[in-house]
Design a protein around this ligand. Structure first.
Ligand code: FPP
Ligand code: MG
Ligand code: MG
Length: 378
């Protein structure tokens, strides 16, 4: 509970870094091919929430005050010095210019607590996230994103998929330029995890059955899927941020745990909002999950006490009237309250994970992010 404490704005703490985020990302996405350039940058136009970069930057500052790994201290300084942060705009279908000049320098050093490599990591997380949205909107046949037509609607499926691939390619180049093998491995794993999560989501339950029964495994499967699809990016980028700063092993693990629990809370709230908010409020279609055949947390909790949901889950709410019936049953159950309670649990665990960090504004910002995750309306 927040009591009467004045609320702090996490964004203000890293505002200087966030200010350059979209511009830097757009530079990373430059292509001489005009329509690729347009499709690739499309989702950078409407202001997103930039949750992931914000968390990475806060984590970078918060962990800068934590103990360092002795061997790493030196390595970090060397690595930071070696990073080529100049990702110049590209000419037609060319490679990155390896001898980019100072004029194309896209990173302006502001906060000494945040390394250039950590700022670049923040941009890479947003790139990977945006790539996943481009692909996700194709898979989900989504027509709106951030209050505007989706990329697939605007450019067609082919270009939207290719634009997503292009983002992943550019994210990979930027990642390689960090020259930190463990960080590269972490973020490459995230990309694979996103696909694994999406594959798990193609099925609602571990086993393919016509009339599945609720079991504890139902929730385990959902949480594993949720980790892969949402929490993997947040947790592994938090871990990477601590690693780039040369933090010791305990700090790196704490950063990871914060991200993992926050990511799970974040997606649980997302799945709850799909039931409770209108499309207008969300800026994307509401009630979309059932229409897509997805059984998320509110329904899974309802199913526990309402076995008749099993056959609907088994046929992915495909029969006429299934979606409305399922929605009614969820609303009659305490599924939404249970989802909220679980999200609160994870948010608390996220806060607990970083309780050992020295007090700082950035640490307060991370705590506030966990609180805000529960309060968010879209
Ligand atoms: C949004 O979920 C989607 C994700 C969090 C990940 C989607 C992952 C893929 C499509 C895998 C392949 C992509 C890449 C780039 C590796 P949602 O549909 O629940 O959210 P929404 O309501 O915002 O659409
Ligand atoms: Mg979607
Ligand atoms: Mg989806």
């Amino acid at each position: 509970t927040r009591g009467d404490l004045p609320t702090i704005d996490p964004l203000r703490i890293v505002a200087k870094e966030m200010k350059f985020l979209t511009g830097n990302i757009r530079k990373l996405l430059g292509s001489g091919h005009p329509s690729l350039d347009r499709a690739a940058k499309y989702y950078t136009q409407a202001e997103g929430k930039h949750v992931r970069p914000l968390i990475v930057l806060l984590m970078s500052r918060a962990t800068s005050l934590c103990p360092k790994t002795p061997q790493r201290q030196q390595a970090t300084i060397q690595a930071s010095a070696a990073i080529d942060t100049s990702l110049s705009p590209l000419s037609v279908l060319s490679d990155f210019n390896p001898s980019a000049t100072a004029e194309s320098e896209s990173i302006i050093s502001t906060d000494p607590d945040i390394l250039p490599s950590q700022r670049r990591l923040a941009e890479i997380t947003e790139l990977i996230h945006t790539a996943s949205l481009l692909h996700d909107d194709v898979i989900d046949h989504s027509e709106a994103r951030r209050g505007s037509p989706s990329a697939n609607l605007e450019f067609g499926n082919k270009m939207a998929v290719l634009a997503g691939d292009f983002l992943l390619g550019r994210a990979s180049v930027a990642l390689a330029r960090l020259r930190h093998a463990e960080v590269i491995e972490l973020l490459a794993t995230v990309i694979a995890n996103l696909v694994e999560g999406e594959f798990m989501q193609l099925k609602n339950t571990a086993r393919d059955e016509k009339n599945p029964q609720w079991s504890e495994e139902t929730l385990t499967y959902y949480l594993q899927k949720t980790y892969l699809k949402t929490a993997s990016l947040i947790s592994k980028s938090c871990r990477a941020s601590a690693l780039l700063g040369g933090a010791d092993a305990a700090t790196v693990d704490a950063a990871y745990l914060y991200g993992k629990n926050l990511g799970l809370a974040f997606q649980l709230v997302d799945d709850m909002l799909d039931y409770t908010r209108s499309g207008q409020e969300l800026g994307k279609p509401a009630g979309a999950d059932l229409e897509l055949g997805l059984a998320t947390a509110p329904l899974l909790f309802a199913w526990k006490t309402m076995p008749e949901l099993g056959s609907l889950v088994g046929r992915k709410f495909e029969k006429e009237g299934d979606v409305a019936r399922a929605r009614d049953l969820v609303m009659q159950s305490d599924g939404i309250q249970q989802t909220r309670a679980l999200a609160e649990d994870y948010a608390e665990q996220a806060i607990a994970a970083i309780s050992g960090f020295p007090d700082s504004e950035a640490k307060d910002g991370l705590i506030e992010m966990a609180v805000k995750t529960l309060e968010r309306k879209k």
